[in-house]
Design a binder for this molecule. Structure first.
Ligand SMILES: [Zn+2]
Length: 992
């Protein structure tokens, strides 16, 4: 039971710290977030990427966790048995390298800890030991999560260096290896030359995942003794090569590469060395010295000239490229530029009479088109090779040819083949004939956290997970096709990643973590041991990692875990009795654990930041597809953007880090939660500011004050007979709409929209309702208001849980709002007519205000005329034309209506009215049009009559005379014949 005491407040502020402390204590004491099997309740298992405890939490870390918590709380209120657990990721090098920086007395790091996070010096010096760092920040992050109000079941907490977890990871790896998905061999990896270690997202500045591309190096022969290698991603275009491009302004080297004399950039020579080519540099040569000479294309046995081009990037490939002017817009444009540059032509004594050679057809251009590159350059109106649009044109053409291109029929070997197939054939042939080879390069510039620029290294004897395995990819696609991805627009990013993922190094020589079970020199790296750990949560509360004697019958020793245990519990393999005997675990307990896994798995929702799409989330998909049966595949992924401050990412160097716990201490958790969530839709980066936090805190206080001032409606019984007025029906209808719209928005994670409704739109409704009641001199204290407040606080509670628990108590409840029922829509209370009633009143008052403002009249009389019956008929017909038949053309509509007996007199007499009414309808939202379609008859006189009291109070003139007439009424007071201007939903107004 919850005790109902309200936190004392000053007149201006709630005591947030006390409120939060009180509810944290009550939640913990009553264990309301601990979930176990409840056979008759639907379960909902949601997880979020566990944190890496190598530094404290800042506000930026809060977004993903807060979203997951909102999700957990929302589902709990929908009567699901929600499991929301948390672990801590210790694996890998970041914690170790952090401790090395402390050991080497890194001033920047130490100052950050001291000044921003206020960590005592004594503790910082203990950080020389990696586990001390992990332990300290683990507790710090956990504390922050509690202070944020996350509804986590902490009994299941673990770290990735716990003994039980290591046993689980060993099982995972033996399993992958048995399926042939782990291979040893030579494969390229992103590499830090200084640390001599592979790098992945966790190790790089800005958390960038290194992306590898594979070039084919085509070897052109030069003066019989040299090789000029060009790097290309499109080896099939060798058939269209007309020349080579060399940058005349840079220095190249002649190097002995695997016993051939190669001409490349110095950079390329270095890159080749990391790829295990034997390389020694002999001499240098200027690019300009090669211009105008010819090379032999060994594939076609043809000679092609070398021309100069400034667009050739020395950092890319070998710094020499082959030119395919019919299919590469850059090549086409560079040739065009060159032919128009007499100085250069004269300087190198060049003759440029190249005819582009078309080899690929797509439907982008007609089949008689001779150069797709030329055509697209024309289409994009490109000036010269420095035109930025050239990049766009190139992407367009490459993508079209990649997906839809076919080689022309007369091309040797690959005629009529798709580009994709031809590319493979030609690549293989070039390599087999040894007139070419392959070269890997990083697609993006990546820096290691140590500051060194990363390269691609060909590692030998390295262990890899083979994400390139075709059957495995097929399963991964199947999994993702059956999975909900929110927001849906990011699905393509996932399929792209599944597409390009290949072998990935899965073990390192240094760092924390689990040893590779069959090769103890290696430690499983952090993006490999964090992909199926969600399956460990249902088990972890039973596993005792201490070596102490067994504490209770409900715990098992990590030492006793073996593969047959995991096979049984996670995959249902083996005979339970045999497993029990083998692992020294009682049969009863073993079955209990198995049942718990079966009950909670699969994962219903996985939350993560957008930066984890290309690695963690993709591996999560792959590994589930490999290890678990389809009924255990995860069902949903929710991806969110990051948090910025003043438009910038939080980083030490910018000095804009806001520690999460400090922000909570100053402003309260609920305001921080709302500010993080309300400022952007889910995939966008949200911009965090304390101004917004303060604005939200004032809004919450205002809600508190309003509800407090109506406190007695929750404790006394209201007489519902007093409340059958139009505005009562309307507010009831609005409440249902708000429940419906907010629920839909939350389901799709349109959180900003949901919060906008709860925090702001509901205020507008409340104010209108109060205004209407006040004008009629009737009490607002009634059941409608009670409903309104209850619904509002429930809708808000997943977002601002502390505040809402407190208000729930003020409302006289003795239970937790966290465990209350999510409001359900009562369709019988939705009244379309009510919505038009109040809308008409609002519009009419606004019109009157506009008139009095312009004419500066202080009104003594206001006459309002509603449209005639025939106009209403016409309106309905027009609505049907526009909304149902999608006809909006005035001429077309008139032609039909002049023959329509119902309205022909009116439309002939007044065609302008038809035009205006069409505009009226078009200016309404689809929702309003739909609503008006569904209302059979709408008598505007009723709401307008009902609003007289409000008209009087709005004008501030007690003596105001108000007349409301239909245009059809012959007794109306209408001295200026205004009534004929009345249109449906747009009454005419006369003021004197
Ligand atoms: Zn490094």
């Amino acid at each position: 039971m919850v005790e109902n005491t309200v936190e004392k407040t000053s007149n201006l502020e709630l005591n947030w710290a006390r409120i939060e402390k009180k509810w944290r204590k009550k939640w913990t004491e009553n264990r309301i977030f601990e979930s176990d099997i409840e056979p008759h309740k639907k379960k909902y298992f949601l997880t979020v990427a566990y944190p890496y405890p190598n530094s404290p939490q800042h506000v930026g870390h809060g977004r993903t966790y807060t979203l997951a918590d909102v999700h957990a709380r929302y589902k709990r209120m929908q009567n699901y048995n929600v499991l929301f657990p948390m672990g801590f990721h210790y694996t890998g090098t970041p914690i170790v390298s952090m401790s090395q920086r402390i050991k080497s007395n890194d001033i920047e790091l130490i100052e950050t800890f001291q000044q921003i996070y206020k960590i005592p010096s004594k503790i910082i010096s203990s950080f020389k030991e990696p586990k001390k760092i992990a332990r300290f920040f683990h507790e710090e992050i956990k504390q922050g999560m509690n202070e944020m109000g996350y509804s986590i079941d902490w009994r299941r907490e673990f770290t990735t260096i716990d003994k039980g977890y290591s046993k689980f990871i060993s099982w995972q790896f033996r399993n992958l290896r048995m399926k042939g998905l782990i291979v040893q061999g030579s494969h390229p990896v992103g590499w830090c030359p200084r640390d001599q270690n592979p790098v992945s997202q966790h190790d790089t500045v800005g958390d960038i995942e290194p992306e590898l591309i594979e070039y084919v190096l085509v070897k052109f022969k030069f003066e019989d003794q040299y090789i000029i290698p060009t790097a290309t991603l499109r080896p099939e275009t060798i058939f269209g090569v007309t020349n080579l491009w060399i940058n005349p302004d840079i220095k190249y080297v002649i190097a002995l590469v695997n016993n051939e004399k190669w001409i490349t950039t110095r950079d390329a020579a270095k890159k080749l060395e990391f790829l295990n080519f034997s390389v020694s540099i002999i001499s240098e040569i200027n690019g300009s010295e090669l211009i105008g000479k010819s090379v032999l294309d060994q594939f076609r046995k043809e000679s092609v000239p070398i021309f100069p081009a400034s667009f050739v990037d020395p950092n890319n490939g070998t710094g020499i490229v082959m030119s395919v002017p019919a299919h590469s817009p850059y090549d086409y444009q560079a040739l065009d530029d060159l032919s128009k540059n007499p100085d250069t032509l004269r300087k190198y004594d060049l003759m440029v009479d190249i005819v582009p050679k078309k080899i690929i057809h797509t439907d982008l251009f007609p089949s008689n088109d001779t150069s797709p590159a030329e055509s697209i350059v024309t289409r994009y109106s490109i000036r010269d090779q420095n035109d930025p649009k050239l990049e766009e044109a190139t992407n367009k053409l490459y993508s079209e040819e990649f997906h839809n291109g076919v080689l022309l029929p007369d091309i040797d070997l690959v005629g009529n083949q798709s580009v994709l197939k031809a590319r493979e054939t030609i690549r293989d042939k070039i390599i087999k004939q040894e007139i070419g080879t392959t070269m890997y390069e990083l697609k993006n510039a990546v820096k290691c956290r140590c500051g060194a620029s990363c390269v691609v290294k060909l590692l030998t004897n390295q262990w890899f997970i083979n994400y390139g395995n075709a059957n495995w990819k097929k399963l991964a696609y199947e999994l993702i096709d059956n999975m909900e991805i929110l927001p849906e627009e990011i699905r393509q990013e996932f399929t792209n990643v599944i597409d390009w993922l290949k072998e990935r190094a899965c073990a390192r020589k240094i760092g924390l973590g689990t040893k590779l079970p069959w090769d103890n020199e290696w430690i499983i790296e952090s993006l490999a041991d964090s992909v199926i750990y969600m399956a460990y949560y249902p088990l972890s509360k039973y596993i005792n990692n201490n070596i102490d004697p067994r504490k209770s019958e409900n715990k098992i020793l990590a030492d006793d875990l073996n593969d047959s245990f995991f096979d049984y519990v996670l995959l249902g393999k083996n005979d339970a009795e045999a497993v029990a005997k083998d692992s020294k675990i009682s049969l009863r307990l073993l079955e209990k654990i198995r049942n718990e896994f079966l009950y909670f798995y699969p994962v219903d929702s996985r939350h993560s930041g957008r930066d984890l799409v290309p690695n963690h989330l993709a591996f999560f998909i792959f590994n589930h597809a490999a290890i678990f049966g389809k009924d255990k595949w995860p069902k949903q992924i929710v991806v969110n953007g990051s948090v910025l401050t003043q438009g910038k990412k939080m980083s030490k160097s910018l000095g804009n880090i806001i520690p999460l716990r400090r922000a909570i201490g100053e402003y309260g958790a609920d305001s921080i939660r709302l500010a993080i969530l309300a400022s952007a839709e889910i995939l966008q980066d949200s911009d965090f500011s304390f101004d917004q936090v303060k604005a939200i805190r004032s809004k919450l206080f205002e809600i508190y004050r309003t509800i407090s001032s109506h406190k007695n409606i929750f404790t006394t019984i209201q007489n519902s007979l007093d409340h059958n007025e139009l505005e009562d029906a309307w507010i009831s209808s609005r409440i249902q709409r708000l429940i419906l719209e907010t629920t839909t928005a939350i389901e799709k994670f349109r959180i900003r929209e949901a919060l906008h409704s709860i925090l702001y739109l509901m205020d507008n409704d409340l104010q209108w309702y109060q205004k209407r009641k006040l004008a009629k001199n009737k009490p607002v204290h009634n059941n409608s208001l009670k409903d309104f407040f209850e619904v509002r606080i429930k809708l808000l509670s997943p977002f601002a849980p502390f505040f809402c628990e407190e208000i729930w108590g003020i409302m006289g409840n003795h239970s937790f709002i966290s465990l209350s029922q999510w409001p359900e829509v009562n369709n019988s209370k939705i009244s379309l007519k009510s919505e038009d009633n109040e809308r008409l009143i609002q519009d009419t008052i606004l019109d009157i205000q506009k008139i009095t403002k312009v004419t500066k009249i202080i009104p003594k009389k206001i006459m309002i005329y509603t449209a005639s019956e025939v106009k209403s008929k016409l309106y309905k017909k027009l609505l049907d034309k526009i909304h149902i038949q999608s006809v909006t053309n005035f001429g077309v509509i008139m032609k039909e209506f002049v023959n329509d007996n119902d309205v022909k007199d009116l439309v002939k007499r007044n065609p302008d009215l038809v035009k205006k009414m069409i505009d009226d309808i078009l200016s309404e939202s689809l929702e309003v049009r739909e609503r008006r379609m569904n209302i059979d008859s709408f008598n505007e006189l009723i709401p307008l009559q009902d609003s007289i009291s409000l008209l009087i109070s709005e004008t501030g003139n007690d003596q105001l005379k108000v007349g409301i007439y239909s245009e059809d009424n012959n007794d109306k007071y209408d001295p200026k014949q205004k009534s004929e201007f009345a249109r449906p939903y747009k009454p005419a107004i006369y003021i004197e």
